[in-house]
Design a protein around this ligand. Structure first.
Ligand code: PMP
Length: 442
């Protein structure tokens, strides 16, 4: 087992770590060297219970046999196939299987390698589609404050996290943002879908009045915003959003990079909420995090609109060298097998009440100002320390790691999203340990 201070790993300088306070990390590195089912193994030989499915992605748990076997076999058989003008059977098999999981008419799948790429792909498809149906004036894109749509220029433009945007130049023009739906004054300690706030969707009406519907191509939202601290859609919000988009010829994109593949207790948020968008972006759980992959689902009317030109012409000038990579496809097929055989895509619905009760049991811990949940997602919001935002939650993260649980923090919010294989005993362990952590850091 490797050790961060061993000769092989004692040069920590070369690797510029993403989304990490590099200087702080390198003074006291935290290293994982193994993972199995619900646990990581640290370089000092400890077991850490995974309360976050890696980064919201390892929905089937870690190193699951079907996935490991599928990947190993695929590398030995067909390691790579050109993504343009060539195919391989597993890409078509996977696309057909995924399309069958989605409600009609979301019957077509475009493969990418990440959530960020899925978002950029969906935005580009939306713009190109509007043009293809003679609506070329529709070039504006609408996102939301506190939305997270990855780190591509499209994603940070429609996204609404200040620190994700402010140092990176001018971004896409013609982007507007609706308000987010987080309303702690009215919805604090709500369980499941919050009651109040559907009226925030009327921001879209105001934007339409300002710019005219004929200039707007698409709206993108996360059905449940995860990365900015689990912001839930108020009752009726998504339904009304769908209606406004329909009435105005605007495409609706659901970014399901987190909510896809069982997180809410249904295969996708679109099933869970009964609201069908025109495009759905996914990644993460598609391979349970094992191999980078993303997929954009699009409706048959969008797909068909591109299939009208001369047959020898490329319909959409877009794609990646690694779109539908054979090893990623194999990983995804092994993952879907695991989800199906173990009933994981609906397991969150069976566990959600138990999860909710355990999570809300932390209400009396010091400095807790809100708790919210849906499916197997939870958030605990802590009162920020005056003048030192993020410090309290980050102390909790560090203490939790020392105490054997992996949690995630964003600002002063602790976010939880364990693999869908978690047992009730492990849910108890997660919350028992978190309770001790919250008391210890107080
Ligand atoms: N969209 C959403 C909703 C996400 O949560 C994320 C990642 N957390 C992304 C896009 C970006 O995905 P990736 O990091 O794979 O590019």
């Amino acid at each position: 087992m490797s050790n961060p201070t061993s000769a092989a790993t004692n040069n920590l300088e070369a690797f510029w770590m993403p989304f990490t306070a590099n200087r702080q990390f390198k003074q006291a590195p935290r290293m994982f060297v193994g993972a199995k089912d619900m646990h990581y193994t640290t370089s000092d030989g400890r077991q850490v219970l995974d309360g976050t499915a890696g980064l919201w992605c390892c929905n089937a748990g870690h190193s699951r046999p079907k996935v490991v076997e599928a990947v190993q076999k695929q590398i030995a058989e067909l390691d790579y196939a050109p993504a343009f003008q060539m195919g391989h059977p597993k890409a078509f098999e996977l696309a057909a299987r995924l399309a069958a999981m989605m409600p009609s008419p979301l019957n077509h799948v475009f493969f990418t390698n990440s959530g960020s790429e899925s978002v950029d792909t969906a935005l580009k498809i939306a713009l190109a589609y509007q043009r293809s149906i003679g609506q070329g004036t529709r070039t504006r894109l609408i996102g939301r404050e506190r939305g997270y749509h990855g780190v591509g220029f499209g994603g940070i433009s429609v996204g609404g996290i200040v620190s994700n945007r402010k140092t990176f130049g001018t971004m896409l023009t013609g982007v507007d943002h609706m308000r987010h739906t987080h309303d702690p004054a009215r919805n604090a300690f709500s369980r499941g879908i919050p009651e109040h706030g559907a009226e925030y969707v009327e921001d879209l009406i105001r934007i339409i009045q300002l710019h005219d519907a004929s200039t707007i191509a698409a709206v993108i939202v996360e059905p449940v915003a995860g990365s900015t601290g689990v912001l839930l859609p108020p009752k009726g919000y998504l339904e009304r959003l769908r209606k406004i988009c329909d009435d105005n010829g605007i495409l609706l994109i659901f970014d399901e990079v987190i909510t896809g593949f069982g997180r809410l207790g249904a295969p996708f948020a679109t099933d869970f909420f009964g609201v069908t968008p025109d495009l759905v972006t996914t990644a993460k759980g598609i391979t349970s995090g094992v191999i980078p992959m993303g997929a954009v689902f699009c409706s048959s009317s969008i797909y068909d609109a591109f299939m009208n030109g001369p047959e020898h012409m490329i319909e959409l000038f877009h794609g990646y060298t690694y779109s539908a990579h054979p090893v990623a496809c194999a990983a995804a097929l092994g993952t879907l097998d695991t989800y199906e055989e173990e009933g994981l895509l609906t397991r969150a619905s069976e566990l959600s009440q138990y999860w909710e009760d355990g999570l809300h049991g932390l209400k009396d811990c010091p400095h807790v100002i809100d708790i919210r949940n849906l499916g197997l997602i939870g958030a605990i919001e802590l009162e920020p320390i005056a003048g030192e935002p993020t410090k309290r939650a980050f102390s909790a993260f560090l203490k939790a790691y020392d105490d054997g649980i992996l949690i995630r923090t964003t600002g002063d919010i602790i976010a939880l999203s364990p693999p869908l294989i978690i047992s009730k005993a492990q849910i108890d362990e997660l919350f028992d340990k978190l309770r001790k952590v919250l008391h210890a850091i107080a």
